[in-house]
Write a protein that binds this ligand. Structure first.
Ligand code: ADP
Length: 495
């Protein structure tokens, strides 16, 4: 059965349209015929009743005891449908007292029915012996003191004739109307759905090589125009992701090539030069250093790609923020010491956030690592953990480096973006640290902000305060005091 169902929407629409129209026309035609029939019958009833009332006054018994109709009774020139008219008068016992010549051998209703014509007019439809349909009106009446039943019958044939003419006219017109409506509907559906076909054809032509192609929007205000716009927006997003992916792949290969080339050339040079044990130790040491850089890069790339594909599930718990920042700071202690830098730490230990400790620590490490990398020797770096407002905690890392010029401030968070490539590469960076830090901040529902002057940068990691902590600690109407124990200052000096 299913294979008979048409595939094209336009055909299905047309079939539905024709079927619904046929139903509506049948209901409309049926009720019209019924109303016309009722009206015609009411008209016949009315004329017959009028006629019966007239006849009542014109009937009388003659001197021979026979009932007769006065000669001056003239039958009105009624309309065509009532031309056939019959009259019959019977006594109460059914004895025929009078019938008009038109009836000939036929009888108009036979013996009176019980209650027929008593007090009011009785109306019914009957058939004469020859099959003619008659509308019969009867009424009891006293004629010269004798009770009698007067019956007037009007032929219903002209009425039924008009009724069937109407029915046949409608039945003949119906398929014609449906046919015309079907053809019109099919063309309309075809025209309306034309843009869909064109859109499908265009969409089929678009592939990875021409992701900049777009579907034509014929009318931006109708539904199909909105669909085309939505498809175009999807294409734009796909194009953007595709380009980002392409750029990421080529940047990543470029970054991987640098340490690999370094390892190879260090190895080749080492092999070419004859040397003692110390010489080979130095070569292997340099190669291991590059390998270390390579592993860090691969690790970052893996984290980014897992984050992009949504594979990283945060293991969040409500934790105090200060110990996490302290731990990250102590891990980088040795780097600051190497450059003779001091790191001061100030923190409100009552601050609790809902976070994944590992990721949060990595974000702080990335910020601190940059601060140490880009601050000069013997410089000072300060780390502060505080509340920015009633909902947000922040970790500020302030350095005394060269700062970041306004034109680079947004871009430094992009993957592989480095202001001074040579310097950053030399310092071991691949331009992924801030991109990862930003992702980590946003994954926690926070953000990463940058304030910068020529005297240094402040990177501000914003994190939503844990609601549990707030509920347990906040006393209505009181300002939140920071206890002295909670404010810890760490001074790290290298020797
Ligand atoms: P990288 O690993 O190269 O440091 P990041 O993503 O961490 O990559 O930083 C991107 C770029 O932003 C760096 O190459 C550097 O030019 C600039 N940058 C980051 N942090 C600082 C800072 N504290 N001071 C000055 N410049 C910075």
């Amino acid at each position: 059965m299913k294979h008979l169902w048409p595939h094209h929407v336009r055909t299905r629409l047309t079939l539905w349209y024709v079927a619904i129209l046929a139903g509506v026309l049948l209901i409309y035609g049926g009720s019209t015929c019924a109303i016309v029939l009722l009206q015609l019958r009411t008209q016949v009833d009315h004329l017959a009743t009028e006629d019966l009332e007239t006849v009542e006054g014109f009937l009388s018994f003659g001197s021979d005891g026979k009932l007769g109709l006065r000669n001056d009774y003239h039958y009105h020139p009624y309309p065509a449908e009532t031309q056939q008219r019959f009259l019959e008068v019977r006594a109460e016992d059914g004895t025929l007292l009078y019938k008009d010549a038109g009836l000939a051998e036929r009888v108009l209703g036979g013996k009176p029915e019980p209650g027929e014509g008593v007090d009011s007019y009785s109306r019914r439809s009957i058939r004469l012996a020859d099959g003619m349909r008659i509308r019969l009106i009867s009424r009891r009446h006293m004629i010269d003191g004798h009770p009698a039943i007067i019956r007037v019958g009007f032929s219903e044939e002209p009425m039924w004739q008009r009724f069937w003419q109407l029915v046949i006219g409608l039945l003949v017109g119906l398929p014609l109307a449906l046919g015309l409506a079907g053809i019109g509907g099919y063309h309309l559906a075809r025209r309306a759905l034309g843009p869909v076909e064109r859109m499908a054809r265009r969409a089929r032509e678009i592939n990875a090589e021409q992701l900049d192609a777009r579907i034509d929007v014929e009318n931006p205000h109708d539904e199909l125009g909105l669909l085309a716009q939505a498809l175009n927006e999807t294409l734009s997003r796909l194009q953007l992701s595709f380009e980002q992916l392409k750029r990421f792949t080529s940047d990543a290969s470029h970054e991987l090539r640098t340490p690999l080339t370094a390892i190879r050339s260090v190895g080749e040079v080492g092999l070419q030069q004859e040397g003692d044990r110390d010489h080979y130790r130095e070569v292997i040491g340099s190669m291991l250093e590059e390998t270390e850089r390579l592993s860090r890069l691969v690790e970052s790339l893996l984290t980014i790609s897992r984050a992009d594909s949504g594979q990283i599930q945060l293991q969040q718990a409500t934790i105090p923020l200060v110990p996490v920042v302290e731990e990250a700071s102590s891990l980088l202690d040795v780097l600051a010491e190497e450059k003779g830098q001091t790191v001061s730490f100030e923190g409100d230990s009552s601050i609790r956030v809902k976070a994944d400790t590992v990721i949060l620590r990595q974000v702080v490490i990335n910020l601190l690592d940059n601060a140490i990398k880009y601050s000069p020797r013997k410089g000072h770096i300060s780390v502060r953990v505080r509340r920015c407002n009633s909902h947000t905690a922040c970790v500020e890392v302030e350095d005394c480096g060269p700062g970041i010029a306004p034109e680079h401030r947004d871009k430094v968070f992009d993957r592989f973006y480095r202001i001074d490539e040579a310097r950053s590469r030399e310092a071991g960076g691949a331009g992924l640290g801030l991109a990862l830090a930003k992702w980590g901040a946003e994954a926690h529902g926070g953000g990463l902000e940058l304030d910068s002057t020529t005297a240094g940068c402040i990177f501000r990691l914003l994190l939503p305060l844990s609601a549990d902590a707030d509920a347990s600690e906040e006393t209505p109407g009181a300002t939140r005091p920071i206890s002295l124990d909670a404010r810890l200052t760490l001074e790290r000096r290298s020797g």
